[in-house]
Write a protein that binds this ligand. Sequence first.
Ligand code: IPD
Ligand code: CA
Length: 264
Amino acid sequence: MDEVATLCNDVSLAVADSIKDLVGTQKGSEVVGMGADGTPSKFIDIAAEDAALEILASSGIDMKIVTEEKGHLTFGDAPEFTVVLDPLDGTYNATRDVPFYSVSIAIGDVNLTDIRYAEVYNLANGTNFTAAKNKGAFYNNKKIHVSHAAELDEFTVASYGYKDKSDVFKRLGRHVRRLRSFGSAALELSFVASGRLDAFVDLRSRLRIMDVAAGILIVKEAGGIVTDGHGQAPSGELNVTNRVDIVASNGMLHPVLEKTADVV
Ligand code: IPD
Ligand code: CA
Protein backbone atom coordinates (compact mmCIF):
# COMPACT_ATOMS: atom_id res chain seq x y z
CA MET A 1 0.00 0.00 0.00
CA ASP A 2 2.94 2.32 0.65
CA GLU A 3 3.96 2.07 -2.97
CA VAL A 4 0.46 3.12 -4.06
CA ALA A 5 0.38 6.00 -1.54
CA THR A 6 3.69 7.34 -2.81
CA LEU A 7 2.54 7.00 -6.40
CA CYS A 8 -0.68 8.94 -5.73
CA ASN A 9 1.16 11.71 -3.93
CA ASP A 10 3.76 11.94 -6.70
CA VAL A 11 0.90 12.37 -9.18
CA SER A 12 -0.59 15.19 -7.07
CA LEU A 13 2.71 17.03 -6.79
CA ALA A 14 3.31 16.74 -10.53
CA VAL A 15 -0.16 18.10 -11.30
CA ALA A 16 0.39 21.00 -8.88
CA ASP A 17 3.59 21.91 -10.67
CA SER A 18 2.06 21.58 -14.14
CA ILE A 19 -0.84 23.98 -13.50
CA LYS A 20 0.71 26.62 -11.24
CA ASP A 21 1.34 29.11 -14.05
CA LEU A 22 -2.02 28.42 -15.73
CA VAL A 23 -4.38 29.13 -12.82
CA GLY A 24 -6.54 32.19 -13.52
CA THR A 25 -5.13 32.66 -17.03
CA GLN A 26 -6.81 32.97 -20.40
CA LYS A 27 -4.49 30.28 -21.75
CA GLY A 28 -5.56 27.82 -19.02
CA SER A 29 -9.23 28.27 -19.81
CA GLU A 30 -8.97 27.77 -23.60
CA VAL A 31 -11.11 24.85 -24.77
CA VAL A 32 -8.82 22.53 -26.71
CA GLY A 33 -11.01 19.50 -27.36
CA MET A 34 -13.64 17.18 -26.01
CA GLY A 35 -12.89 14.90 -23.06
CA ALA A 36 -13.74 11.19 -23.04
CA ASP A 37 -16.37 11.98 -20.39
CA GLY A 38 -18.24 14.11 -22.94
CA THR A 39 -17.39 17.52 -21.47
CA PRO A 40 -15.04 20.11 -23.07
CA SER A 41 -11.36 19.89 -22.09
CA LYS A 42 -9.57 23.10 -21.24
CA PHE A 43 -5.85 23.66 -21.68
CA ILE A 44 -5.36 23.43 -17.90
CA ASP A 45 -7.19 20.04 -17.78
CA ILE A 46 -4.87 18.61 -20.41
CA ALA A 47 -1.75 19.99 -18.71
CA ALA A 48 -2.86 18.40 -15.42
CA GLU A 49 -3.69 15.06 -17.02
CA ASP A 50 -0.47 14.88 -19.04
CA ALA A 51 1.58 15.49 -15.89
CA ALA A 52 -0.35 12.83 -13.98
CA LEU A 53 -0.03 10.25 -16.76
CA GLU A 54 3.69 10.85 -17.08
CA ILE A 55 4.18 9.92 -13.41
CA LEU A 56 1.93 6.86 -13.70
CA ALA A 57 3.70 5.67 -16.86
CA SER A 58 7.18 6.17 -15.44
CA SER A 59 6.34 4.05 -12.36
CA GLY A 60 6.66 0.95 -14.58
CA ILE A 61 3.67 -0.65 -12.76
CA ASP A 62 1.09 -2.40 -14.95
CA MET A 63 -2.26 -0.68 -14.39
CA LYS A 64 -5.54 0.41 -15.91
CA ILE A 65 -6.47 4.08 -15.78
CA VAL A 66 -9.86 5.77 -16.02
CA THR A 67 -9.29 9.47 -16.48
CA GLU A 68 -11.49 12.42 -17.39
CA GLU A 69 -9.93 13.59 -20.65
CA LYS A 70 -8.29 10.53 -22.28
CA GLY A 71 -10.76 7.98 -20.95
CA HIS A 72 -9.55 4.39 -20.56
CA LEU A 73 -5.86 3.47 -20.76
CA THR A 74 -3.91 0.31 -19.95
CA PHE A 75 -0.22 0.20 -19.12
CA GLY A 76 1.43 -3.26 -19.40
CA ASP A 77 -0.02 -6.77 -19.81
CA ALA A 78 -0.96 -7.61 -16.24
CA PRO A 79 -2.72 -4.64 -14.58
CA GLU A 80 -2.40 -4.76 -10.78
CA PHE A 81 -5.17 -2.19 -10.17
CA THR A 82 -7.27 0.55 -11.75
CA VAL A 83 -6.47 4.20 -11.12
CA VAL A 84 -9.58 6.42 -11.16
CA LEU A 85 -8.23 9.86 -11.83
CA ASP A 86 -9.63 13.35 -11.96
CA PRO A 87 -6.47 15.36 -12.62
CA LEU A 88 -8.30 18.62 -11.93
CA ASP A 89 -11.58 18.58 -10.06
CA GLY A 90 -12.92 22.12 -9.98
CA THR A 91 -11.71 23.28 -13.37
CA TYR A 92 -13.93 26.35 -13.34
CA ASN A 93 -12.46 27.50 -10.03
CA ALA A 94 -8.91 26.94 -11.26
CA THR A 95 -9.47 28.93 -14.44
CA ARG A 96 -10.93 31.85 -12.44
CA ASP A 97 -8.39 31.60 -9.59
CA VAL A 98 -11.07 30.70 -7.05
CA PRO A 99 -8.93 28.82 -4.53
CA PHE A 100 -10.86 25.53 -4.37
CA TYR A 101 -9.72 22.82 -6.82
CA SER A 102 -8.08 19.46 -6.38
CA VAL A 103 -6.57 16.27 -7.75
CA SER A 104 -8.66 13.17 -7.06
CA ILE A 105 -7.03 9.73 -7.31
CA ALA A 106 -8.52 6.42 -6.26
CA ILE A 107 -7.11 2.91 -6.54
CA GLY A 108 -9.58 0.08 -7.15
CA ASP A 109 -10.39 -2.84 -9.42
CA VAL A 110 -13.64 -2.84 -11.39
CA ASN A 111 -16.38 -1.13 -9.38
CA LEU A 112 -16.87 2.02 -7.33
CA THR A 113 -17.51 -0.29 -4.35
CA ASP A 114 -13.99 -1.78 -4.41
CA ILE A 115 -11.83 1.34 -4.02
CA ARG A 116 -9.01 0.59 -1.56
CA TYR A 117 -6.84 3.70 -1.51
CA ALA A 118 -7.63 7.38 -2.11
CA GLU A 119 -5.99 10.76 -2.18
CA VAL A 120 -7.60 14.17 -2.68
CA TYR A 121 -4.96 16.86 -2.97
CA ASN A 122 -6.03 20.46 -2.41
CA LEU A 123 -4.18 22.27 -5.20
CA ALA A 124 -5.01 25.68 -3.77
CA ASN A 125 -3.01 25.17 -0.57
CA GLY A 126 -0.93 22.00 -0.98
CA THR A 127 -2.72 19.96 1.71
CA ASN A 128 -4.03 16.43 1.25
CA PHE A 129 -6.67 13.96 2.38
CA THR A 130 -5.93 10.25 2.15
CA ALA A 131 -7.63 7.00 3.12
CA ALA A 132 -6.85 3.31 2.92
CA LYS A 133 -9.63 0.73 3.26
CA ASN A 134 -10.10 -0.29 6.92
CA LYS A 135 -7.19 1.90 7.98
CA GLY A 136 -8.85 5.29 8.50
CA ALA A 137 -8.73 8.68 6.81
CA PHE A 138 -6.11 11.38 7.20
CA TYR A 139 -5.54 15.09 6.62
CA ASN A 140 -1.83 15.76 6.10
CA ASN A 141 -1.17 12.35 7.76
CA LYS A 142 -3.26 13.22 10.83
CA LYS A 143 -6.30 11.06 11.50
CA ILE A 144 -9.64 12.74 10.79
CA HIS A 145 -13.23 12.08 11.79
CA VAL A 146 -16.59 13.36 10.58
CA SER A 147 -18.41 16.01 12.62
CA HIS A 148 -20.65 15.27 15.60
CA ALA A 149 -23.52 17.58 14.61
CA ALA A 150 -26.70 15.74 15.53
CA GLU A 151 -29.52 18.12 14.56
CA LEU A 152 -30.39 18.97 10.97
CA ASP A 153 -30.81 22.61 11.92
CA GLU A 154 -27.11 22.67 12.93
CA PHE A 155 -25.92 21.17 9.63
CA THR A 156 -23.69 22.90 7.07
CA VAL A 157 -24.30 21.14 3.76
CA ALA A 158 -22.51 21.48 0.43
CA SER A 159 -25.04 20.90 -2.32
CA TYR A 160 -25.63 21.24 -6.04
CA GLY A 161 -28.71 21.92 -8.09
CA TYR A 162 -29.15 22.90 -11.70
CA LYS A 163 -32.18 23.81 -13.80
CA ASP A 164 -34.89 21.20 -13.10
CA LYS A 165 -32.73 19.77 -10.27
CA SER A 166 -32.40 23.05 -8.38
CA ASP A 167 -35.30 22.45 -5.96
CA VAL A 168 -32.86 20.66 -3.70
CA PHE A 169 -31.73 24.05 -2.38
CA LYS A 170 -35.29 24.88 -1.35
CA ARG A 171 -35.88 21.50 0.26
CA LEU A 172 -32.62 21.47 2.20
CA GLY A 173 -32.74 25.20 2.86
CA ARG A 174 -35.92 24.81 4.90
CA HIS A 175 -34.19 22.51 7.38
CA VAL A 176 -30.42 23.02 7.52
CA ARG A 177 -28.37 25.86 9.00
CA ARG A 178 -26.13 26.62 5.98
CA LEU A 179 -25.89 25.71 2.30
CA ARG A 180 -22.67 25.96 0.28
CA SER A 181 -21.50 25.10 -3.28
CA PHE A 182 -17.71 25.30 -3.39
CA GLY A 183 -17.10 23.68 -6.80
CA SER A 184 -14.95 20.58 -6.32
CA ALA A 185 -16.94 17.53 -5.25
CA ALA A 186 -13.75 15.61 -4.38
CA LEU A 187 -12.70 18.32 -1.95
CA GLU A 188 -16.20 18.84 -0.55
CA LEU A 189 -16.44 15.12 0.26
CA SER A 190 -13.06 15.41 1.99
CA PHE A 191 -14.45 18.35 3.96
CA VAL A 192 -17.29 16.12 5.17
CA ALA A 193 -14.67 13.56 6.22
CA SER A 194 -12.75 16.13 8.25
CA GLY A 195 -15.82 17.66 9.92
CA ARG A 196 -15.58 21.01 8.13
CA LEU A 197 -18.93 20.23 6.54
CA ASP A 198 -21.65 17.98 7.96
CA ALA A 199 -22.92 16.69 4.62
CA PHE A 200 -22.67 16.80 0.83
CA VAL A 201 -25.70 16.32 -1.43
CA ASP A 202 -25.60 16.08 -5.24
CA LEU A 203 -28.65 14.48 -6.85
CA ARG A 204 -28.24 15.96 -10.34
CA SER A 205 -27.08 12.63 -11.83
CA ARG A 206 -24.11 14.57 -13.25
CA LEU A 207 -21.22 13.55 -11.00
CA ARG A 208 -18.73 11.25 -12.65
CA ILE A 209 -16.99 8.28 -11.01
CA MET A 210 -13.73 10.27 -11.25
CA ASP A 211 -15.22 13.15 -9.19
CA VAL A 212 -16.23 10.94 -6.26
CA ALA A 213 -14.29 7.64 -6.15
CA ALA A 214 -11.60 8.98 -3.81
CA GLY A 215 -13.92 11.17 -1.72
CA ILE A 216 -16.34 8.32 -0.99
CA LEU A 217 -13.59 6.17 0.59
CA ILE A 218 -12.26 9.16 2.54
CA VAL A 219 -15.71 9.90 4.03
CA LYS A 220 -16.35 6.25 4.90
CA GLU A 221 -12.95 5.80 6.52
CA ALA A 222 -13.56 8.94 8.58
CA GLY A 223 -16.71 7.34 10.04
CA GLY A 224 -19.28 8.88 7.68
CA ILE A 225 -21.95 7.34 5.47
CA VAL A 226 -22.24 7.65 1.68
CA THR A 227 -25.29 6.59 -0.31
CA ASP A 228 -26.88 7.19 -3.69
CA GLY A 229 -29.73 9.23 -2.20
CA HIS A 230 -31.90 6.13 -1.79
CA GLY A 231 -30.12 4.25 0.95
CA GLN A 232 -27.84 2.23 -1.30
CA ALA A 233 -24.05 2.35 -1.57
CA PRO A 234 -23.04 4.25 -4.71
CA SER A 235 -21.89 1.67 -7.24
CA GLY A 236 -21.05 1.34 -10.89
CA GLU A 237 -18.30 0.13 -13.16
CA LEU A 238 -15.12 2.24 -13.10
CA ASN A 239 -16.14 3.84 -16.32
CA VAL A 240 -15.57 7.31 -17.74
CA THR A 241 -19.20 8.00 -18.69
CA ASN A 242 -21.04 6.64 -15.63
CA ARG A 243 -22.98 9.23 -13.62
CA VAL A 244 -23.86 8.95 -9.95
CA ASP A 245 -25.93 10.64 -7.24
CA ILE A 246 -24.33 11.14 -3.84
CA VAL A 247 -25.48 11.90 -0.32
CA ALA A 248 -22.55 11.87 2.12
CA SER A 249 -22.84 12.79 5.77
CA ASN A 250 -21.51 12.36 9.28
CA GLY A 251 -24.07 9.57 9.60
CA MET A 252 -26.04 11.10 12.46
CA LEU A 253 -29.22 11.72 10.44
CA HIS A 254 -28.46 10.10 7.12
CA PRO A 255 -31.92 8.70 6.24
CA VAL A 256 -33.56 11.96 7.34
CA LEU A 257 -31.15 13.95 5.19
CA GLU A 258 -31.80 11.69 2.17
CA LYS A 259 -35.54 12.11 2.62
CA THR A 260 -35.26 15.87 3.08
CA ALA A 261 -33.15 16.26 -0.08
CA ASP A 262 -35.17 13.98 -2.32
CA VAL A 263 -38.20 15.05 -4.36
CA VAL A 264 -40.28 12.13 -3.13
C1 IPD B 1 -16.82 19.38 -11.23
C2 IPD B 1 -16.75 19.38 -9.72
C3 IPD B 1 -18.01 19.97 -9.16
C4 IPD B 1 -19.23 19.21 -9.63
C5 IPD B 1 -19.27 19.12 -11.15
C6 IPD B 1 -18.00 18.56 -11.69
P1 IPD B 1 -14.70 19.35 -12.90
O1 IPD B 1 -15.63 18.74 -11.71
O2 IPD B 1 -16.62 18.07 -9.21
O3 IPD B 1 -17.98 19.91 -7.76
O4 IPD B 1 -20.38 19.86 -9.17
O5 IPD B 1 -20.34 18.30 -11.52
O6 IPD B 1 -18.06 18.61 -13.09
O7 IPD B 1 -15.54 19.24 -14.13
O8 IPD B 1 -14.35 20.73 -12.53
O9 IPD B 1 -13.58 18.39 -12.85
CA1 CA C 1 -11.90 17.52 -13.90
